[in-house]
Design a protein around this ligand. Sequence first.
Ligand code: HEC
Length: 165
Amino acid sequence: MSQATIRGALTVGMGVVACAIGAVCLSAGGLLHEPEEVVEVGWCGVVSTPVAQEAELPELASEEMARYAAGEALFRGNCAQCHAVLDRVVGPALAGVTKRRPEKWITQWVKNSAKVVASGDSYAVKLYADYDQQQMPSFDMSDQEIKDILVYIEVEQGTGAVARN
Ligand code: HEC
């Protein structure tokens, strides 16, 4: 092999290594966020450094925590006398409710369960019968407040985005 061939092979080899590093950085950093700092990696193009991404995570988590805290307060103040997340009390355990029913249904139910039963909704009619026709009170809550309660339930049952402390 001539000098030129060896040098050529080395250059290609370095390029492959640089690409591998670039790919690792890309996958570690995630591709969703706008990078704050960029480094050039050979001819593989521009990749973001993983360090630049970390700043975004606490922001998301604190948003989720705020909703959890709001949901917990609403739940304790309005629901806890009849519901627990994991145990049946007066009403059913609410763990898994977002899998059993669509959010829209839950929202309508919390606002006015009697109306959902009266509409003939078969799930509601059966539930109402199963709980000895005990009517749940209506709550004058916003969709957002009900969503916050659902965030609280999901975290408590262990499937929320933020693990419980
Ligand atoms: C006075 C007791 C009482 C209170 C307070 C109450 N519930 Fe209920 N809830 C029930 C009963 C009883 C049922 C079962 C259905 C029925 O009998 O109407 C039920 C059913 C439900 C269901 C359907 C559960 C399933 O497994 O499908 C959801 C969701 C629900 N309640 C959410 C709430 C939320 C959220 C609050 C607070 C904002 C709340 N409930 C407050 C008594 C109550």
